[in-house]
Structures are given as structure tokens and as C-alpha cells.
Design a protein around this ligand. Structure first.
Ligand SMILES: Cc1cc2nc3c(=O)[nH]c(=O)nc-3n(C[C@H](O)[C@H](O)[C@H](O)COP(=O)(O)O)c2cc1C
Length: 168
């Protein structure tokens, strides 16, 4: 397993497919432990003169507690052969089981305080820049309210993309 570092501009993958179709694992650390969850909502772009990603996490996720405690997180992207692994990480909670082992994923430290997975094709090391809950009073399109029947509004994290690793 070896990775090369690429610039965001060099990525040829389509971000709509990467996040919306292929899904990603969001991983963060707390007290020398990590937790990861599948996410298919989010984005990438440019803000405050930085290349950034947008990640949306509901507060009841165990991963939320880790993201809150950590200044950094990673985004890992996988090939189709890991669809089941991502399904496990998106339906089971790290509160109740070792879903990473169940999913057959191999965590490794990509940087100080950052965990990612050896099976990933692309890994993004990110630093939190902004965090804030979406709010009912700010919703413009009423259709959005259907996503929040339980009032569990996502917290949006804007994270700078510090380094992108692509598998050789
Ligand atoms: C395909 C897919 C996409 C998901 N996208 C998100 C998302 O963008 N934000 C979110 O908060 N939860 C999302 N989830 C739900 C979490 O991954 C799921 O609740 C997970 O079990 C949380 O694990 P945790 O409790 O260990 O953090 C998604 C689940 C799946 C299967």
C-alpha cells in the first residue's frame, strides 16, 4: 500500500459521484480512539481562499462526539468492492460494536491524530475551520424540513483539505 500526494486540482474524480454515489468515511479521534461513519451528504469547493470540504453530521452519531473533540478529521473514499463495508459503517454505531473490524477495514495513522483506512483509494486530511448547526428558522425551501421530522438538524463542518493521498 503506497500513496502519493496530489493537489486538489489534480483530482480527476467527480465530486458528485465520490460523495453522493460512492460515499465516504468520515473519521475523527478522541482520547486516542477513533470512530468513523459513512456519509453521502457533503461537498467540496473553495472558501476563505482554501480548498475545503463540507461535512454534515447529525448530533446523535457517535462520530459526532469525536469530530467535536478533534481539530482534524479524515475523509476516505473507496472502490465499489467496499460498498458493504461502507454500508456496515453507515448502519451500525461504534457505540455498540467494533464496526471497523466487522467491515474488514484496516485503520492506520496518516498523521498525528488522524486515522484513515488502508483500503481507501483516496484519503483527505482535513482541519476544521467552521462548525455550526443548520437551523429550522434558516430553511428557505420547506421540502428541507421533511429531512428533520425529529428535529435532529445536522451540524455542518467546513474543513480545509490539507493533504490528499491517492493510492498508487
Ligand atoms: C449511505 C449512507 C450515507 C449516510 N450519510 C450520512 C451523513 O451524511 N450524515 C450523517 O449524519 N449520517 C449519515 N449516515 C448515517 C450514519 O453513517 C450512521 O448513522 C452511522 O451508523 C453512524 O455511526 P456512529 O454512531 O458510529 O457514528 C449515512 C448512512 C448511510 C448508509
Amino acid at each position: 500500500m503506497s500513496y502519493k500526494t496530489v493537489k486538489p486540482e489534480e483530482l480527476t474524480n467527480n465530486v458528485f459521484n465520490m460523495i453522493g454515489h460512492d460515499w465516504m468515511l468520515v473519521c475523527a479521534e478522541k482520547n486516542d480512539k477513533f470512530n468513523a461513519m459513512t456519509a453521502s451528504w457533503g461537498g467540496m469547493g473553495v472558501l476563505w481562499r482554501k480548498n475545503v470540504a463540507y461535512v454534515f453530521v447529525r448530533p446523535q452519531r457517535y462520530t459526532y462526539e469525536f469530530i467535536e473533540k478533534s481539530p482534524k478529521l479524515t475523509l476516505s473514499f473507496f472502490g465499489e468492492e467496499y460498498r458493504d463495508a461502507l454500508r456496515i459503517c453507515g448502519t451500525k454505531s461504534g457505540r455498540e460494536c467494533n464496526k471497523i473490524a466487522e467491515a474488514g477495514l484496516t485503520p492506520f495513522s496518516v498523521n498525528d491524530g488522524c486515522t484513515a483506512f488502508k483500503e481507501a483509494n483516496i484519503i483527505m486530511e482535513c482541519t476544521k475551520m467552521y462548525a455550526g448547526f443548520l437551523r429550522e428558522e434558516d430553511v428557505v425551501d420547506p421540502a428541507v424540513l421533511n429531512e428533520y421530522a425529529n428535529g435532529d438538524y445536522h451540524k455542518m463542518y467546513v474543513v480545509s483539505i490539507d493533504r490528499i493521498l491517492v493510492k498508487n
